[in-house]
Every structure is written in structure tokens, then in C-alpha cells.
Design a protein around this ligand. Structure first.
Ligand SMILES: [Zn+2]
Length: 63
């Protein structure tokens, strides 16, 4: 099985993802309602991960 985000080998701890980072990216995509077929471009993955982190930080801030 490979990670659906970056296609690296998945790990048992974060399956089907390879890492917490990719699991967070996937979760954020679902939560934002804009899930799309993930790009294999490493720069896009980095951008998506950064966006996911920003979204999580924003979501944790009290209104
Ligand atoms: Zn991954």
C-alpha cells in the first residue's frame, strides 16, 4: 500500500499514509470540502501541507 498523498510507502502508525504530515493534509482537504486527486508534484505537496498547517492553526484559534 502506498500513501495516497505522496505515493511513498505507508507506515502502520499512519496508514494508509506515510506520515502524520500526509494524514493531516488529507484530513484538511476533506474538512475544507475541496478534496481533489493529489498532485505528485513535491512542490504542490509542500504547498498543500503548509496550507493544512495554516488551516489547523486557524481552526484552533478561538473566535
Ligand atoms: Zn505521504
Amino acid at each position: 500500500m502506498s500513501c495516497p498523498i505522496c505515493a511513498e510507502d505507508s507506515t502502520a502508525k499512519y496508514r494508509p499514509f506515510c506520515s502524520r504530515r500526509c494524514a493531516d493534509v488529507d484530513l484538511s482537504k476533506w474538512m475544507n470540502g475541496n478534496y481533489a486527486i493529489p498532485s505528485r508534484d513535491p512542490e504542490d505537496i509542500e504547498a498543500a501541507a503548509d496550507a493544512a498547517e495554516a488551516a489547523q492553526i486557524a481552526a484552533q484559534k478561538p473566535q
